[in-house]
Ligand binder design. Structure first.
Ligand code: CA2
Length: 152
C-alpha cells in the first residue's frame, strides 16, 4: 500500500497539555487518529512520527525521499514546529531528498510574534496549510494526495 508520512517536530508531543488558547485541546495521539481516518478514506497507509531531534527528522526525510522515488510513498505532511524558523539543515534535507512536503502549522503564525513570520521550510514545500487548527492535518493529507494524482 502507498504510504503518507505525517511528521511532527519539536515539542509537538506536548499538544493538548498546555497552551490550549493557541493550539487547542487535542493531543498528538488524537491528531494521529484524525490522520488515520483521512488516510483510510484515501486508501493510503499512514506513517505518523514525532521527534524533538533535528538529526532524526533529517534521517526520516531522507528515508521518505527514497520511498517516494521507489513509488512507495506520496510524500509528507510536515509540522516542523520551531525548526520552521531556524533550520537551514531541514530546508536542505527536503531539497536534497526531493521529498514532496506540505508544510503545516496549527496556528496562524502570521498573526503571532514576528520571529514566527519567516519559514526556512516554505521555499522547499509543495504547499502550505496554516491556521486551521488540527483540522489542517487531514486537509494537508488530502492536498498531498491531490497533488500526487494531478501534479503541480
Ligand atoms: O502552529 C504550529 O503548528 C507551530 O508549528 C507550532 C510550533 C511553533 O514553534 C511554530 O511557530 C508554529 C510549536 C509546537 C509546540 O507546541 C506546543 C504545544 C503545547 C504546549 C507547548 C508547545
Amino acid at each position: 500500500m502507498t504510504t503518507v508520512l505525517v511528521l511532527n517536530g519539536p515539542n509537538l508531543n506536548l499538544l493538548g497539555t498546555r497552551k490550549p488558547e493557541v493550539y487547542g485541546n487535542t493531543s498528538l495521539a488524537d491528531v494521529e487518529k484524525m490522520c488515520q481516518s483521512e488516510a483510510d478514506k484515501l486508501d493510503l497507509e499512514l506513517v505518523f512520527r514525532q521527534s524533538n531531534h533535528e538529526g532524526q527528522l533529517i534521517d526520516w526525510i531522507h528515508e521518505f525521499g527514497r520511498e517516494v522515488k521507489a513509488g512507495n510513498s506520496i510524500g509528507a505532511v510536515y509540522n516542523p514546529g520551531a525548526h520552521t524558523h531556524t533550520s537551514v539543515a531541514l530546508h536542505d534535507a527536503i531539497e536534497g531528498a526531493e521529498l514532496p512536503v506540505i508544510e503545516l502549522h496549527i496556528s496562524n503564525v502570521h498573526k503571532r510574534e514576528e520571529f514566527r513570520h519567516h519559514s526556512f521550510i516554505s521555499p522547499v514545500a509543495r504547499g502550505i496549510i496554516v491556521g486551521f487548527g488540527v483540522q489542517g492535518y487531514p486537509m494537508a493529507i488530502n492536498a498531498l494526495h491531490q497533488l500526487s494524482q494531478h501534479g503541480n
